[in-house]
Design a protein around this ligand. Structure first.
Ligand code: HSE
Length: 373
């Protein structure tokens, strides 16, 4: 059995990865070795019975013995370790959740339901770095791949509603702490029978503006508010998260030479682990909505078309409904009154599943030649 080294398995993405690998029986296909930057020598996690003790994630010699490494340890680790491993002659497969290597010439971004031919070509060409894409980009592509594959899309605007989980585990905690603090502040006014809603609002506003509201991670309130900037400021009015849409999507699709522009504003909202996106899609030509629906719904096993009706939309097309699920629903699909080539749509996906862990475990199977379509 192929040996696989797993790094960063205690973190949020790593934990979801292990859960998914266990659920899908991936550990029956490999001999796992677990690495840690801080807890070498401890016992391996329960999910992979029989694995030896945890090894040091900074031990290049131990890492080099692995034909496949999967890292969910984060960008700093990748930056520190990956070049040294390659320089030392290691020619194994590196599967990574971090963004560090996504744009590298020697890497491919993986999202097999959308770009399996690109992954296959990369493998034939000797590419050995297989990198998970940005969560927002991967979730959007799973939803609209049918239109992209048909070559119908001229451009897309994606206005995002991104969850706290995209920022990290500590941010998720802070978001819940903020909600608790706001409720505590408003509780006396809420408890007053027939009390004034303006009293409730004043209590919430005052808590939102108070230094006592937990804000060490986000810097500002997310609960009862939103944050219209994600990731670094590129200095040209665009955030790094916004830049990723065109750059990564076209790499994933293999259309870098004739890119489909994908632009928008990325916004952090009060959701736990699902990213949502409102899309405007400019088609190259007017097509009947029934054909568009067929293309979208039939593209892959995970996209699910939600009828553009009120009940279905509010029940099935929300972070609350989609959290913890692998399917990527898309709905609110209709032609805009602007013209027959202009579509609007809304899509939601679990940022930790298809947005992070799932492409990695499926890439492992792909490299083992054990990935079903
Ligand atoms: N950058 C994303 C976010 C998550 O902040 O939501 C990881 O792709």
């Amino acid at each position: 059995m192929t040996q696989v080294g797993i790094i960063g398995w205690r973190g949020m993405v790593g934990s979801v990865l292990l859960e998914r690998m266990r659920a899908e029986g991936d550990f029956d296909l490999v001999r796992p070795t677990f690495f840690s930057t801080s807890q070498a020598g401890t016992a391996a996690p329960e999910v992979a019975r029989g694995a030896g003790p945890v090894l040091d994630a900074n031990d290049l010699e131990a890492l080099k013995r692995m034909p496949i490494l999967i890292s969910a340890q984060g960008g700093e680790y990748t930056q520190a370790i990956h070049p040294r491993l390659r320089a030392a002659g290691w020619d194994g497969y590196w599967i990574d959740a971090a963004s560090t290597l996504r744009m590298s010439e020697s890497a491919v971004i993986v999202l097999d339901p959308v770009n399996r031919p690109v992954m296959e070509r990369a493998r034939r060409d000797g590419i050995r770095d297989f990198i998970g894409g940005n969560c927002t980009v991967s979730l959007m592509l799973l939803a609209v791949s049918g239109l992209m594959r048909a070559g119908l899309v001229d451009w897309i605007t994606a206005m995002t509603y991104q969850s706290a989980s995209g920022a990290g585990a500590q941010h998720m905690r802070e978001y819940v702490e903020q909600m608790g603090a706001l409720h505590r502040a408003a509780a006396p006014a809420l408890a007053e029978a027939g009390g004034s809603i303006l009293e409730v609002d004043r209590a919430v506003q005052s808590a939102l503006r108070s230094e006592a509201l937990p804000h060490a991670q986000f810097g500002v309130p997310l609960a009862a508010s939103l944050i219209p900037w994600i990731d670094k400021d590129l200095g040209n009015g665009q955030s790094r998260e916004e830049w990723k849409a065109t750059a990564e999507a076209n790499r994933i699709l293999g259309t870098v030479g004739r890119p489909v522009p994908i632009e928008g504003i990325c916004v952090r909202v009060g959701a736990m682990r699902c990213h949502s996106q409102a899309l405007t899609i400019k088609l190259k030509e007017d097509r009947p909505i029934a054909e568009i629906e067929r293309l979208i719904a039939g593209d892959n096993a995970w996209v699910r078309l939600v009828p553009n009706e009120r009940e279905a939309s509010i029940r099935e097309l929300s972070p609350a409904a989609v959290s913890g699920r692998l399917e990527v629903p898309i709905g609110r699909l209709r032609k805009l009154s602007i013209g027959g080539e202009y579509l609007t749509a809304f899509t939601v996906g679990d940022q930790l599943l298809w947005g992070a862990a799932e492409p990695l475990r499926r890439t492992l199977r792909f490299l083992l030649d054990r990935l079903d379509a």
